[in-house]
Design a protein. Structure first.
Length: 413
């Protein structure tokens, strides 16, 4: 990191906190990469569980191309960690009906549906209280008392259980046409009486919070301000340097919630070249310059490095958009385009698929010729990780770069 510019002697607008340091664009980029575990030696001993603690949240999603997104996130940071080891690091498997052992994590609403470290359970009390106060989320129960009591009785007697084991999730129509049981168990999850500490065949496994969450964590005693202070501080540490909007987006807080606690969060105000907005940084991140090896890897579209499109454009000059929900004729980069990270920059993307033991790069784009070798490296590493023994490039938006990439892959094959 370049020398930090001291700004304390410069006049500041009265409406803004006085920055303690000035950062270049490259400083901010490297701080973000290190905070996200993508710069420097990975902590392989801590493994996927260490990645989860560092990030504070790992997003879940139903789409599975090379692997599901929550597997791709530690892969991007650790390399080809065994997929069973990744799952075991997250979840706490339970034998049928047996009490849950101490869980490592739980699933709840953060940036989206996310895996969260179990230690963060008390800090989401503000969200559980808000859900209780609202009285419902997406669906309204016909008989809330009876339906919730029935679910709790089943879990007490037979849990942990999936929705299917509780009696079924749908009424037989579209996916959102939930059964009364499904509405009840999700409401109990929202409000904290039920917890999910495992997915089994991608189905949530529900258990009583009083049985699954360790006693010292099972409380909603923290007030909203304390919860928000912790989540803003954690977001700041995971982002390295961030604007108010960045901090809010990480755990889907409101801007005014960030405003209410930022002064007491432990984050310090900084000024970042070209950002044009106040920013905050983790003081521990400012204490040492980011150094070490950059990862060359493909990123899940749901990776927390690139969660926020505007932040990604601001830091990397890279426009990232998931096109899985865009009609096929309107897609530019493909169904599940994965950005290529190399040398600390986003330099391309690929829409991957698998055909037998071949990893197919259905559509590739690269910034320039310098991205060819990193793209080949990333494709070959990903292929090995998912059990493929060859890579085929179908389309590329630049014929010259396509030829170079195919030649590079042949040379290494």
């Amino acid at each position: 990191m370049t020398a930090v510019t001291q700004l304390s002697s410069l006049p500041q607008p009265s409406s803004r906190p006085r920055p303690v340091a000035g950062l270049s664009r490259d400083d901010a980029r490297r701080l973000a990469l290190r905070a996200q575990g993508l710069l420097g030696a990975p902590d392989r001993r801590a493994g996927a569980r260490g990645v989860l603690r560092q990030l504070g949240a790992v997003q879940l999603d139903t789409i599975s191309v090379l692997a599901r997104s929550h597997e791709l996130v530690p892969y991007a940071r650790l390399g080809a960690a065994g997929r069973p080891a990744v799952e075991a690091a997250y979840w706490t498997p339970t034998a049928g009906g047996a009490p849950s052992p101490r869980p490592h994590s739980f699933e709840y609403w953060s940036h989206a549906a996310c895996i969260l470290p179990i230690e963060e359970w008390p800090h989401f009390a503000f969200r559980r209280r808000a859900r209780r106060a609202k009285g419902h989320r997406w669906h309204v129960l016909k008989d809330a008392g009876r339906s919730c009591a029935a679910v709790l009785d089943r879990l007490k007697a037979d849990g942990p259980l999936t929705t299917s084991e509780l009696g079924g999730g749908r009424n037989g129509g579209e996916w959102w046409d939930w059964s009364e049981t499904k509405i009840a168990v999700e409401w109990l999850l929202d409000t904290g009486e039920v917890v999910c500490t495992e997915r089994r065949a991608w189905k949530r496994v529900y258990d009583l919070a009083e049985r699954a969450v360790p006693d010292e964590l099972l409380h909603d005693g923290l007030d909203d301000a304390e919860c928000l202070r912790r989540l803003v501080a954690q977001a700041g540490a995971a982002l390295g340097v961030a604007t108010r909007a960045d901090l809010a987006d990480y755990h889907r807080l409101k801007g005014e919630q960030v405003d209410a606690v930022i002064a007491d969060s432990g984050l310090v105000p900084v000024e970042v070249e070209g950002w044009g907005k106040p920013a905050w940084a983790d003081p521990a991140a400012l204490a040492t310059a980011p150094r070490g090896r950059h990862r060359t890897t493909l990123l899940s579209p749901f990776d927390s490095l690139i969660w926020d499109r505007r932040r990604t454009e601001r830091i990397f000059g890279f426009t990232h958009r998931l096109e899985a929900y865009v009609p096929r004729p309107r897609r530019i980069h493909g169904y599940f385009a994965m950005p290529l990270l190399a040398g600390g920059r986003l330099v391309g993307r690929v829409d991957p698929a698998r055909e037998g033991t071949t990893l197919v790069a259905r559509q590739v784009s690269m910034r320039n010729g310098k991205a060819v070798a990193p793209m080949a490296t990333a494709l070959l590493e990903a292929a090995t990780w998912v059990g493929c023994d060859s890579v085929r490039v179908e389309r590329c938006d630049d014929a010259t770069l396509a030829a170079a990439l195919r030649a590079e892959l042949r040379q290494r094959g």
